[in-house]
Design a protein around this ligand. Structure first.
Ligand SMILES: [Zn+2]
Length: 258
């Protein structure tokens, strides 16, 4: 017992000496002296590395159907405002090289579809996963990332083509392949007839009012107006005290029902 106590004391003293050296010249008090409080010492000295995310208000900005010629501008705006987002990408685009920039800037990348052809991908399980594997391989080639997040084209509640018939099986298979899928609870309607940036921004503001602390916003980096309304979206949620996070498999999953 004595030996263990001595060992603890020695480790504790070493930690405190190191902390003292690191914090020399700074007005930081490291008052704890117990080895049991080692974690406390570290969280005090290195708050950026150890402070957990505690703000319950989180907005996840998500962009579907890119990359397109507008994606670099979307990335520039996100960087300018220092926020991270998520891109659910497709494969039939001339801009797949932009996927590398998405990941390099710290954003999340998720699978959406290779073809985004509802009639084709929802015609059968085999057809869906042939397409799904194709976009997975492209993302890996372009980014080196084997992502584990995805969004169904049209969302999991889509009634297009044969989707409703095979969706229960699709969800099971997606999960068994280690993926989480994400729908949304706030829609910009930027690809659904909304023609101006100000209307899309209003849709997001009004559509997120009663959603709660966790908001997943659906946008498309295929539209010119997205580039125009995005700064307003960021300013809006910042003013309301939201943090901006990229989605990951552990994120709160917003799933549609029928
Ligand atoms: Zn889509």
């Amino acid at each position: 017992m004595k030996k263990i106590a001595y060992g603890k004391k020695l480790i504790c003293m070493t930690i405190l000496m190191l902390c003292g050296l690191l914090m020399a010249g700074h007005d930081v008090m490291v008052a704890k002296t117990n080895i049991e409080d080692e974690a406390y010492v570290y969280t005090t000295v290195f708050p950026d590395g150890y402070t957990p995310h505690t703000n319950p208000k989180v907005v996840y900005l998500t962009f579907d159907d890119g990359p397109t010629k507008y994606t670099p501008e979307v990335l520039r705006i996100l960087k300018e405002h220092d926020v991270l987002a998520t891109f659910f990408v497709v494969g039939n685009t001339q801009h797949t090289h932009v996927m590398g920039d998405i990941v390099a800037q710290g954003h999340a990348i998720g699978l959406h579809s290779y073809s985004h052809d509802f009639g084709q991908i929802y015609s059968s399980m085999d057809a869906f996963f042939a397409d799904f594997e194709k976009i997975g391989d492209i993302v890996f080639e372009q980014t080196g990332v084997r992502t584990d997040i995805m969004r169904f084209p049209g969302g999991s509640s889509t009634k297009k083509s044969n989707a409703k018939t095979i969706m229960p099986q699709l969800k099971d298979e997606i999960a068994s392949r280690g993926f989480q899928f994400f729908d949304w609870n706030c829609d910009s309607r930027d690809k659904m007839g909304v023609k101006t940036a100000s209307v899309a921004l209003d849709k997001i503001k009004s559509g997120s009012e009663d959603v709660g602390d966790i908001i997943i916003v659906l946008m498309h980096d295929t539209e010119k107006i997205t580039v125009q309304y995005l700064p307003g979206v960021i300013k809006h949620f910042k003013a309301l005290g939201y943090d901006f996070l990229p989605l990951c498999i552990a994120s709160p999953a917003v799933h549609h029902g029928w």
